[in-house]
Design a protein around this ligand. Structure first.
Ligand SMILES: C[S@@+](CC[C@H](N)C(=O)[O-])C[C@H]1O[C@@H](n2cnc3c(N)ncnc32)[C@H](O)[C@@H]1O
Length: 251
């Protein structure tokens, strides 16, 4: 996607992110589950955004660092009550990460797929493995790719007297790349909120994590730790260091 870089998604969505996606009924359960997995240890969130998870986690007394490529997202985080408790780092999560060691690394809401090619996803997982504390956990929340998804579609998301929002989506099932944009039309002009993803199946994610030295310890259908099955549209997967699991196996 021409003109699209690591900060584009965040820069274009920052002004509407909390309004459009802030009121998620799963957030409280998600924070509970993450706090339990962190068990008092330092937390790193990749693609921290406006701090939907990081701010309440920091509010529970955890030391939380959030990486985001978008200065606009980090500015929105800093402006919120409690935002000052989160250490914000403006960086591409496909590159070097803050050193840690981290007891918990979180990549929520499909954000790993924002690294829009397989090579960058593998590099990120390898970097997480380097930065995890022994016994630490990586948690990834992601959708399960839908085999029946159309190669291209346009959905009408809002129709008002002076405003129309369209969701335009295209994907290539061979490369698993998806390009989408929310197109907002108003008398003042047109705005585009684009997103470029490389999606992966849960099995592909396990393989990439394994190659990075991570082993899956749990997979749930959501943050309430429900059963994950063939019909689940999304998953929450927990990984630990393979070397730590070998140590645990030893008598
Ligand atoms: C879907 S939002 C999720 C925000 C937050 N984690 C949440 O759950 O509400 C994805 C975030 O990842 C950030 N992001 C996308 N690509 C990134 C990259 N390559 N490096 C760092 N952050 C990135 C975006 O700026 C955005 O804030």
């Amino acid at each position: 996607m021409d003109g699209y870089g690591p900060s584009t998604y965040g820069d274009r969505f920052a002004s509407v992110y909390d309004e459009w996606y802030g009121a998620d009924p799963d957030t409280a359960t998600c924070v509970d589950t993450l706090a339990e997995l962190a068990a008092g240890r330092p937390v790193l969130e990749l693609g921290v955004g406006t701090g939907r998870l990081a701010i309440p986690l920091a509010g529970r007394g955890l030391a939380v660092t959030g990486v985001d490529a978008s200065a606009a997202m980090l500015a929105a985080l800093a402006a919120k009550p409690g935002g000052e408790r989160v250490r914000a780092v403006e960086a591409d999560m496909g590159g070097p990460l803050p050193h840690g060691p981290w007891g918990l690394v979180v990549v929520a809401r499909n954000t790993l797929f924002n690294l829009a090619d397989e090579h960058r996803q593998r590099a990120c997982l390898a970097e997480v493995a380097r930065r995890l504390a022994p016994g630490g956990a990586l948690v990834v929340e992601a959708f399960v790719p839908d085999g029946s998804r159309q190669r291209s579609s346009v959905e009408v998301r809002a129709v008002e007297a002076d405003r129309v929002v369209l969701f335009v989506d295209r994907h290539d099932p061979e490369t698993q790349q998806a390009w989408s944009s929310f197109v907002e039309l108003t008398p003042a002009g047109t705005s585009f909120r684009p997103c470029h993803l490389r999606y992966a199946t849960p099995e592909q994610l396990d393989e990439m994590a394994g190659a990075a030295g991570l082993v899956r310890t749990a997979r749930w259908s959501g943050w309430d730790r429900g059963h994950f099955g063939e019909e689940s549209p999304a998953h929450v997967s927990v990984y630990g260091l393979e070397s730590a699991s070998h140590q645990q196996d030893r008598p």
